[in-house]
Design a protein. Structure first.
Length: 72
């Protein structure tokens, strides 16, 4: 939601997750619940804009459905 709010306010996606914190959209980068680290998020980039449109877990674990958590 915060990524979308940044885009609505600024007209483009944030260049990186840390920019959301620097701009005041987040107090801190959330901890990835699977890796227990805030540094393992995988940033999903927009092909046309270049900014991040989503984040996925950096975990290499696989869900019960056979899909890795980093693809959710």
């Amino acid at each position: 939601d915060v990524i979308d709010q940044y885009k609505a306010d600024r007209g483009k996606y944030p260049p990186a997750l840390g920019d959301l914190k620097e701009a005041g959209y987040l107090k801190r980068i959330p901890v990835d619940p699977f890796t227990k680290s805030e540094a393992t998020w995988q940033e999903i980039l927009d092909d046309s804009d270049g900014g991040i449109v989503d984040v996925h877990s950096g975990s290499d674990l696989v869900g019960t459905d056979g899909i890795p958590y980093n693809q959710w």
